[in-house]
Design a protein around this ligand. Structure first.
Ligand code: PMP
Length: 461
């Protein structure tokens, strides 16, 4: 948004500025320009207070996978609220909704999983995955295994451990993070990470060699787990090159380091498989889920663990007398009922298969329309998760200086065209609701292309 909003004292924009703290936002600038208020949604579309509609090309924050107005999710919520609005899972209590949801998650899990722990956000589940790794290594008599590895462009959340796992500087700067022992390694992004004249294969081999050298330097006996997203979403929609995850998995097995797959964005059909783990060929010990779990209709997250983890932690908690990892809303019945219904919809609507079929429509559409544009250096993605990398020049490939803020300008112009996308630096992220159809994908591509063309035509671009 470029223009100052009218600040009628009682407008929502003015009240927002007087009352709310917004995340991932320049707060000083927000006080000047205020918010765009979104008031309603239907399918893949949202409307603002002035009657303008936008194609929600980001599913909000990568989350409203089934789109707006899904009556069955609303009905599941209401029915569960009437029956049992709240119960918990502590002190040997149980209730039906989280049992049914856990069973279903274990049934569809991409690798054999044993048990499920619930929380309310991706951050909480990632944070508690780290704690669970510590608990596990204590349980099996290796308490020195305490360090974590993650990619330097990973996003794993914003609580203290999750923000420490996150690699991006905005989660750390000014917040005294990361905590000690949360280590970051190079992101497998060929375009921005390769050395001159390095082939993709050589790039992968170098990154894996550097990773192993790091593991050996730290001491494998001190490393608890490696966290990775199957596709790094908030880091810029980065799909690791062929061979990277195979090599990573081999290194982790060799050095007895647990693998945690953060599927907060990639699960439930996003990549064209029910789980990104399947698409990318990972074998995680723990899987973190959130966002699409309830299609964002209500907050909920989950942590699936395999038998190696569960058997050890249950025996250990028997020795300690208690397993202390608990939250008031773990397994909340209303959230669990909504999640169970969301999974029923993913299956009934064949969302993974549909997404796989739409992948070439989205990526092919972007490539046909933008592949030759002088400011487009790369179009990447998997399923309905895509990134358009904007560059100052294609040949030789020259990235924009961050101060050019070309990506944010494109996102602003797209919004003027009625399309919401997100600029991650100079990558435009695209992650529409999975119920999008071909005609809507064509509109998305056209609106984005027009925004890029308009930004490139501006003086000084
Ligand atoms: N992991 C990933 C991969 C994410 O993208 C996010 C959120 N963008 C999180 C974890 C954190 O989830 P939440 O915001 O629900 O805490």
């Amino acid at each position: 948004m470029d223009t100052d909003l009218p600040s009628l004292p009682n407008s929502l924009e003015a009240r927002d500025r007087r009352s709310l703290v917004h995340g991932l936002t320049d707060l000083a600038r927000h006080l000047e320009i205020g918010p765009k208020i979104i008031e309603s949604g239907r399918g893949v579309w949202v409307s603002d207070g002035e009657g303008r509609t936008y194609l929600e090309g980001m599913s909000g924050l990568w989350c409203i996978s089934l789109g707006y107005g899904q009556e069955r999710l609303i009905a599941a919520c209401e029915a569960q609220m009437r029956k049992l609005a709240y119960y918990h899972l502590t002190n040997h209590k149980g209730h039906p909704a989280p049992i049914e949801l856990a069973e279903k998650l274990l049934e569809i899990a991409p690798v054999p999983m044993s048990h499920v722990w619930f929380a309310n956000s991706g951050s909480e589940s990632a944070d508690c995955a780290a704690r669970l790794c510590w608990y596990y290594w204590n349980a099996v008599g290796q308490p020195q295994k305490r360090k974590f590895l993650a990619h330097d462009r990973a996003y794993h959340g914003n609580t203290i451990a999750a923000a420490s796992l996150t690699g991006t500087s905005y989660a750390h700067e000014g917040f005294n993070l990361p905590l000690d022992g949360f280590l970051h390694v190079a992101t497998p992004h060929y375009l921005t990470g390769a050395q001159p004249d390095e082939t993709e294969e050589q790039f992968v081999a170098r990154l894996l060699a550097e990773l192993e050298a790091r593991i050996l330097a730290e001491g494998p006996e001190t490393i608890a787990a490696f966290f990775t997203e199957p596709v790094m979403a908030a880091g810029g929609v980065i799909v690791p090159p062929e061979g990277y995850f195979d090599g990573l998995q081999r290194l982790l097995n060799k050095h007895d380091i647990l693998l945690v797959a953060d599927e907060v964005v990639t699960a439930f059909g996003r990549t064209g498989e029910m789980f990104g783990t399947t698409r990318m060929g990972l074998e995680p010990d723990l899987i973190v889920l959130a966002k699409g779990l309830t299609s964002a209709y209500i907050p909920m997250s989950a942590l699936m663990m395999n038998a190696r983890i569960f058997d050890a932690i249950s025996a250990y908690s028997g020795r300690l007398g208690i397993f202390g990892l608990t939250m008031t809303y773990s397994g909340h019945p209303v959230a669990a009922a909504v999640a169970r219904e969301a999974i029923a919809l993913y299956e009934e609507l064949a969302i993974p298969e549909r997404t796989k079929a739409l992948e070439p429509v989205l990526l092919g559409g972007l490539r046909d329309r933008l592949g030759g544009h002088p400011n487009v250096g790369d179009i990447r993605g998997t399923g309905l998760l895509a990134g358009v990398q904007l560059v100052a020049r294609r040949d030789p490939l020259t990235l924009f200086d961050a101060s050019a803020r070309f990506g944010p300008r494109v996102a602003a112009l797209a919004e003027d065209n009625g399309l919401i996308v997100r600029a991650i630096g100079d990558t435009i992220a695209i992650c529409p609701p999975l119920v999008i159809d071909e005609a809507e994908i064509a509109q998305l591509v056209d609106r984005l292309a027009r925004a890029i063309e308009a930004a490139a035509a501006e003086p000084g671009a």
